[in-house]
Write a protein that binds this ligand. Structure first.
Ligand code: ATP
Ligand code: MG
Length: 361
């Protein structure tokens, strides 16, 4: 990038932001300050004008309770940007909100490193870049979430020895293997926390004729959900509306039932990790056997998941110190090392070209 003296000036009055643009939650990490914003990636929209009425926590409060003319949506459902304009509005709002906490009177001109799902297309990557620039960023670096998650989890991805991260978010589960600052391989499926919530909703409806909302299902998952038998199984009272009478009803459900309800989705995650290990070069597998595999994203907190994965894939799987903030922390670390970031982006670019270009090119 050409030298621009104005950028030096902006640098004095602007924050550098690391942003985890997740399908479930968006986090903003300010360089030197830490995470200043952590809100659900929800936007409430006026159906008539199509304009956002509320963003973040306020919008999420409206879910399932909105009157007819307001709809609450998640613009990044399933790990892809399903609504670009709304994503742009959300990003703009979060950047300005984080910035105004420090420099209330100045227009934000931050440098931004933003984590995006690794399955996004080139067009979507560009869209995130454009959204950051139109929100005032003077430089923007969209980076695949697993790379940021690995750095946030403290994995030595710039070193020769290999490492692996499993990032289970709301929309996607992504597995990536690194060595020498490059991505050796990455895989993702659209099965993650949201899918587990849906499994629970479906199970409760089928077995108990009880309709429950997404938020209740998520609470059940967090409180009694598990991927491995618990030392002491639990019971939770679940409230909803009876399919038969249409009236409010509650049932007591056990953690054994919920584990069963989520079993096939959890197996898909296990299979993804197995498939990734299967394709990992033997030398790198040897490294993984030594240092284990890191688990990040909110899904890492599912009880017994690390244990289940460790047993099934025969490699120690450990939960990152703060799995929900790993991507935002990784983006923050990359902000402090923009040269490292550029090297990683170049390597990702090269590996993408390798995949796209026919052999011999
Ligand atoms: N204690 C917990 N047990 C199980 N799941 C949890 C727990 N805490 C959070 N989650 C789940 O983690 C998911 C959100 O994780 P995270 O914030 O990492 O997603 P995201 O980064 O926004 O999504 P993505 O990476 O797919 O874009 C939600 O599905 C949430 O229900
Ligand atoms: Mg994520």
């Amino acid at each position: 990038m050409a030298f621009n003296p104005l950028n030096t000036l902006f640098g004095l009055f602007s924050l550098d932001l690391g942003i985890d643009l997740g399908t479930a939650n968006t986090l903003v990490n300010v360089r030197g300050k830490g995470i200043v914003l952590n809100e659900p990636s929800w936007v409430a929209i006026d159906k008539r004008t199509k304009r956002p009425l509320a963003i973040g926590a306020e919008a999420r409060e409206m879910v399932g309770r909105t009157p007819g003319n307001i709809v609450a949506i998640r613009p990044l459902r399933d790990g892809v940007i399903s609504d670009f304009e709304i994503t742009e509005a959300m990003l703009d709002y979060f950047i300005k909100k984080a910035h105004s906490q420090m420099f209330p009177l100045l227009e934000p001109r931050p440098r931004v490193v933003v984590g995006i799902p690794s399955g996004v297309t080139e067009v979507e990557r560009r869209a995130v870049y454009d959204a950051c620039i139109s929100a005032g960023a003077r430089e923007a670096y969209p980076i695949e979430e697993p790379i940021a998650a690995a750095i946030g989890a403290g994995l030595p991805i710039m070193e020769a020895r290999g490492s692996m991260v499993i990032d289970i978010g709301g929309g996607t589960t992504e597995v990536a293997v690194f060595s020498l600052g490059g991505v050796v391989l990455s895989k993702s499926i659209r099965v993650a926390g949201d899918e587990l919530d849906e499994d629970i909703m479906q199970y409760v409806r089928q077995k108990y004729n009880l309709l429950i909302g997404e938020r209740m299902a998520e609470r059940v998952k967090i409180n009694i959900g598990s991927a491995y038998p618990l030392p002491e199984e639990k019971i939770m009272t679940v409230r909803g509306r009876s399919v038969i009478t249409g009236l409010p009803e509650s049932v007591d459900i056990s953690s054994i039932e919920i584990r069963e309800a989520m079993a096939s989705s959890v197996s898909l995650v296990v299979d993804l990790v197995k498939a990734a290990l299967d394709e990992t070069p033997p030398e790198v597998v040897a490294d993984l056997m030594e240092q284990g595999v890191a688990l990040a994203g909110g899904g890492a907190l599912l009880q017994g998941l690390a244990q289940r994965l460790s047993e099934e894939v025969k490699v120690r799987v450990w939960v990152a110190p703060d799995p929900l903030t790993a991507v935002a922390i990784g983006c923050g670390t990359l902000l402090q090392n923009l040269d490292t970031l550029r090297a990683i982006l170049q390597s990702v670019d090269r590996s993408r070209r390798r995949v796209i270009a026919p052999a011999g090119l």
